[in-house]
Design a protein around this ligand. Structure first.
Ligand code: NAD
Length: 260
């Protein structure tokens, strides 16, 4: 990835999936720019960006369009253009990531879809202008988009919409040689995941029932992310790629799994 310039949205700390992907891209020589959401996370993101010799291009809250425009303007200024963008952003009110989907409120539905789905399209609109030699856009999704999962609720609906938007964006931007893909990661203990009800149970269930009999790490998602953001995947677009220790192929509980 020598000479490739990338914008990374979604690092909160060193357990973030975005951090795993950023490290893998930097290890192959990419030049990186990072955003942060708010002052509290800025304190975590600045030293992480420095560790990878990266730039910090400002505060970005995708519910505030002005901040999205500002970080793209700053990215253009410091990097002079873009070859790839990682979108690793999702949000839902924690109170609705437990219990029943049917009880989702209109306000949280709209907010969750805006932050977790529409923001990827908003970012693609701005990235297109900076990707004068083609490029690669990557987002993160979860199996709860495809199948019912306990407590995932509105986030499952948002991820389903996000996965559909990957296909529509891929079709729109393909002419410009801009590729659009998603990684469907298995459950990983991160700040965002801690908001999901019974998350420890979900981790254990995946560990006992996935073909590899374990969960995945941010470094494993990171290496797959590097593949999508680099020329290694130059013939691939519109793809939802599972990095989940194979869990998505399982149709039934492993009969040898211990009780949780
Ligand atoms: P994380 O908490 O480290 O990252 C989530 C990021 O979203 C944070 O950096 C946060 O600042 C950002 N964010 C939330 N609302 C925002 C807003 N309004 N504007 C800008 N940024 C905002 O957690 P993570 O698990 O690394 O999450 C990254 C992505 O991976 C998410 O899309 C998540 O749904 C997805 N994912 C996570 C898992 C998992 O088990 N951790 C599994 C599959 C997919």
């Amino acid at each position: 990835m020598q000479g490739k310039r990338g914008l990374i949205l979604g690092v909160a700390n060193n357990r973030s999936i975005a951090w795993g992907i950023a490290k893998a891209c930097r290890a192959q020589g990419a030049e990186l720019a990072f955003t942060y959401q708010g002052e509290a996370l800025e304190k975590r993101v600045r030293p992480l960006a420095a560790e990878l010799g990266g730039h910090v291009v400002g505060h970005c809250d995708v519910t505030d369009t002005a901040t999205v425009d500002a970080v793209f303007a700053e990215t253009q200024r410091v990097l002079g253009g873009l070859d790839f963008v990682l979108h690793a952003i999702a949000f839902s009110d924690k109170d609705e990531l437990t219990g029943r989907y049917v009880d989702t409120t209109e306000g949280n539905f709209a907010k969750s879809l805006l932050i977790s789905c529409y923001s990827f399209t908003a970012i693609a609109q701005r990235a297109e202008k900076l990707m004068t030699n083609g490029g690669s856009l990557l987002t993160l999704t979860y199996y709860g988009a495809e199948k019912w999962m306990p407590h995932y609720n509105v986030m499952g609906v948002a991820k389903a919409a996000l996965e559909a938007s990957v296909r529509y964006l891929a079709a729109d931007l393909g002419e410009k040689n801009i590729r659009v893909n998603a990684i469907s990661a298995g459950p990983i203990k991160t700040l965002a995941a801690s908001g999901i009800g019974d998350f420890r149970y979900i981790l254990k269930w995946n560990e006992y029932n996935s073909p590899l009999r374990r969960t995945v790490t941010i470094d494993e998602v990171g290496d797959a992310g590097m593949y999508f953001l680099s020329n290694l995947s130059r013939g691939v677009t519109g793809e939802i790629h599972h990095v989940d220790a194979g869990y998505h192929v399982v149709g039934m509980k492993n009969p040898n799994a211990p009780d949780i």
